[in-house]
Design a protein around this ligand. Structure first.
Ligand SMILES: Cc1cc2nc3c(=O)[nH]c(=O)nc-3n(C[C@H](O)[C@H](O)[C@H](O)COP(=O)(O)OP(=O)(O)OC[C@H]3O[C@@H](n4cnc5c(N)ncnc54)[C@H](O)[C@@H]3O)c2cc1C
Length: 488
């Protein structure tokens, strides 16, 4: 199975990654990406070591593969899959959102439902199957860009002024499709092996040229990653920014300058109806977001531990009001933990025999994520007080003869050394106050779609109101103005 070093070596492939007006030479050697690439490499090394229990025999390739890419067909396989995802999530404490298991999970469900990609004119089911097998065989890191760029949400791409702002088909050739435009917002795109491009937002009949689905290597000619401001280079040290320094995944607008997408890389060709079906009829959306909730749970547990430890260090944990805040935090985290397990417990086999996590529990907890995460952060903010600002400017103050003695004498707590205290509060600042922290707040609110989509579409539609309203109607029908009706 591919190791971390093997992954790193493949990154120097001529891909076009743009920062500060320039193309990056080799992402692995750039300060914006070097450390997060090392983190991803560590994930591959963990999977490559059989002692970590992440390997399994895949029927699809008749060989050993990484369980995070598996198609779960029994309750035991679903559980083992979650544990494998957890194994990776624990390594980053949940701070890497789009580790290779995220998009790989979507492809597991696509692979189980290749029939959705059949087409009367051209059959793409073989393409999707072969692509999934490549993920299994090569332990591939795929990112995705599945949202139209934020030009205007008042209409879809066909209604925008200017042609091909969203990626669409310019022309068809014998070799494949020529695509032009852009797509929002590939997390990890600049450091992944490949990018999967499609559109999850509903499109209308006039948008048919934008109803496409394909995957390309990151180094494809004409493909560009226009990165947001990276935060890692500004991290003065690992001690000062323990999360920013290692887990700052790049987000990038993906731009296509008349890019050729070969036929064998296409999964949907200008078909609005198939586009709609790919995420929801394959079970990919549920399985992929269950992976995301597994990672989210790990992160919340980590933040809760930081909050708890800070109250110990500050000696506030015996105060009933503080215990109540820790209790609320525990309730929030426990509810997400419980939904994860409930989704596993209520999973049902679909037409292909793939177990799809229970949608009621899954989408229920996702519907609250835009309240849960900010509330968890607010509680941590509350508990740390000004302690996150009563810190020296950097680790240098702890070593310099000019400042070290004052730092050691005044920034301390009973039974806790100055170094331990500063370390803990710097970590808390990286969770609540750094640029990395701000990006994470935005990430947790938006990664699965804007909150109005998650609540109004996914949670609402998957709750199962119909059965409950039928029971309510039965109850209402059981009495009238004269009291309880006679049973027949
Ligand atoms: C850090 C981060 C990482 C991301 N990573 C990825 C990735 O890896 N791959 C990828 O494809 N995408 C990624 N995304 C994009 C993400 O999928 C989108 O942000 C998400 O789908 C919401 O789209 P939007 O940001 O354009 O928000 P919009 O849809 O524009 O919504 C913004 C706000 O506008 C309002 N609004 C807009 N339309 C309506 C409406 N019809 N009804 C009510 N209110 C409305 C709401 O207040 C909403 O919260 C990422 C986003 C972030 C922030």
């Amino acid at each position: 199975m591919r190791t971390g070093d093997e992954y790193i070596k493949t990154l120097n492939d001529g891909r076009t990654v743009l920062i500060d007006g320039e193309a990056v030479d080799n992402v692995a050697e750039h300060p914006a990406f070097g450390n997060v690439i090392r983190t991803i490499a560590e994930l591959f090394d963990i999977a490559a070591d059989p002692a970590n229990g992440m390997q399994y025999h895949s029927e699809e390739i008749n060989g050993t593969a990484n369980r995070v890419f598996s198609i779960p067909r029994t309750a035991e396989e679903l559980k083992l899959r979650r544990q494998a995802v957890e194994r990776w999530a624990k390594h980053t404490h949940g701070w890497v959102g789009r580790s290779p298991d995220h998009v790989g999970t979507f492809f597991a469900a696509f692979g189980a439902h290749a029939e959705v990609f059949e087409n009367s004119e051209r059959d793409f089911s073989g393409n999707i199957r072969r692509y999934y097998e490549r993920i299994l065989r090569e332990n591939l890191y795929v990112s995705y860009a599945i949202i139209p760029p934020q030009v205007s949400r008042a209409t879809t791409a066909s209604g925008w002024e200017g042609d091909f702002l969203q990626v669409g088909v310019v022309k068809e050739t014998d070799e494949g499709l020529i695509v032009r435009g852009s797509q929002m917002l590939a997390t990890g795109g600049a450091i992944a092996d490949e990018v999967f491009v499609t559109c999850i937002k509903p499109l209308g009949p006039d948008d048919v040229d934008f109803a496409i689905s394909f995957a390309l290597p990151a180094a494809t000619e004409g493909l560009k990653f226009l990165c947001r401001r990276p935060f890692a280079p500004a991290a003065t040290s690992e001690f000062d920014y323990p999360l920013t320094s290692h887990y700052d995944e790049p987000d990038a607008l993906v731009i296509f300058e008349d890019v050729l997408v070969p036929w064998d890389r296409i999964f949907i060709d200008r078909n609005v109806e198939t586009l709609r079906r790919q995420f929801f009829e394959t079970g990919a959306h549920a399985l992929g977001n269950w992976q995301a909730q597994t990672r989210f749970t790990t992160k919340l547990q980590f933040i809760a531990a930081v909050a708890r430890k800070i109250t110990q260090v500050n000696g506030t944990d015996r105060i009933p009001g503080v215990q109540e805040k820790l209790g609320e935090l525990a309730a929030l985290v426990a509810s997400v933990e419980s939904a994860l397990i409930a989704a596993e417990y209520t999973a049902e086999a679909d037409s292909s025999g793939m177990l799809v996590p229970g949608k009621r529990a899954l989408y229920g907890v996702m519907g609250l994520q835009s309240e849960t995460y900010p509330r968890v952060i607010a509680i941590l903010r509350d508990l740390v007080g000004g302690g996150v600002l009563q810190l020296p400017s950097s680790v240098v103050d702890m070593k310099s003869p000019v400042t070290a003695a004052d730092v050691e004498r005044y920034i301390t707590s009973p039974g806790v050394s100055s170094e331990e205290r500063i370390k803990l509060f710097r970590l808390a600042w990286d969770i609540i106050g750094s640029e990395f922290a701000g990006r994470h707040q935005q990430y947790e609110l938006f990664y699965a779609g804007a909150p109005f989509v998650v609540k109004g579409v996914y949670t609402y539609r998957n709750y199962g109101y119909e059965a409950q309203v039928a029971e309510l109607d039965e109850f209402l029908a059981s009495y009238g103005v004269d009291g309880r009706k006679e049973e027949n």
